[in-house]
Design a protein around this ligand. Sequence first.
Ligand SMILES: Nc1ncnc2c1ncn2[C@@H]1O[C@H](COP(=O)(O)OP(=O)(O)OP(=O)(O)O)[C@@H](O)[C@H]1O
Length: 371
Amino acid sequence: MTAEPREAAARPARKLREGVAAPRRAGSVRFEKIGKTYRAAAGEVKALSGIDVDIPEGSIFGIIGRSGAGKSSLLRLVNRLEAPTEGRVLVDGEDIAALGTDALVAFRRRVGMVFQHFNLLSAKTVRENVALPLVVAGVGRAEIDRRVAEVLALVGLEGKETSYPSRLSGGQKQRVGIARALVSGPEILLCDEATSALDPETTLQILALLKDINRRLGLTIILITHEMSVIREICDRVLVLERGEVAETGPVWQVFGSPSHPATQALLEPLLRQLPDDLAASLRPAPRRGETTQALIELRYAGTAEPDLALLARHFPKGLRLLDASLDRIGGHSQGRLLVAATLGDEGEGEPITLPDLQTPDLHTKVLGYV
Ligand SMILES: Nc1ncnc2c1ncn2[C@@H]1O[C@H](COP(=O)(O)OP(=O)(O)OP(=O)(O)O)[C@@H](O)[C@H]1O
């Protein structure tokens, strides 16, 4: 068993930091020049290389990439389910490769994990499933009851204590999985495709719960996903992996606003609304000579730019109609697109127009055609 005091497993995240010589950070992760090569019978597989990334304590950090990009391999390094073949993983500044057996057991209680398929024991009740990590750690009965009640309330499962997993919905099962991951008072919560098995509405509820837990307990959440919508919904920062390497990383609003790598652009594609059918059908490549024409203009906002409607109206005084809008607020920044029809009059003489200079690094404008 472990040399760690038994009650350590039952402390909430903030309390874990008490008594530790200040100003020690809790829940930060540093991947330092990480490489990971699997050696299988069929040969070597290079899963990760040159990963040099910091995950700040208390952040919600998303790792995204296509299938086989190396997401699981990277996540599994954090709780030492896998070891890197090159580089170091530092948690709160400490190289976790140096942990001995007892210290590793204690360390793993500081890192909870939530799984795609919940991994609940079907023959045990909700309460028993959630209590399991504390039972294994040898925590006393009264403390277990207190902690289990606390985390079940936190995830909104009061009243379900004696239910068996087979009687729960997918969302409720994942709440049990989250409660079990929290019951040891971790500083870091790893989420391995935690919402991939859930319907869209339940996904949003579970993501909202994770965000709430992050804010209330102050723990670091590291999640892997293949859906940009999950990243957009809750993450502060994102790492895009492509073939085991960093494609790009940064604050979500920045990466979404100005994706620089083709892998990021491809992952964002499903989020970009296509041109509505009726507009696509009536679009012409050039204005008609002698007719009053409207230019269909796309305005893409990223970074710090916000739609300035008065400015647009000044640029298109003959008429401006808003046809379609999809704007999100991510990390305090506007992200998305406006489609406007600007009346040009008949001075175009059949020639495509030149747009007034609205373009900035954060606002990209484009004439899509004429209607
Ligand atoms: N235990 C293993 N032995 C050999 N190769 C492995 C092992 N685990 C992963 N790999 C290989 O390493 C690469 C990265 O796999 P990994 O599971 O980390 O990617 P992923 O992005 O999580 O993929 P997915 O989204 O499909 O789960 C893949 O080529 C995979 O086949």
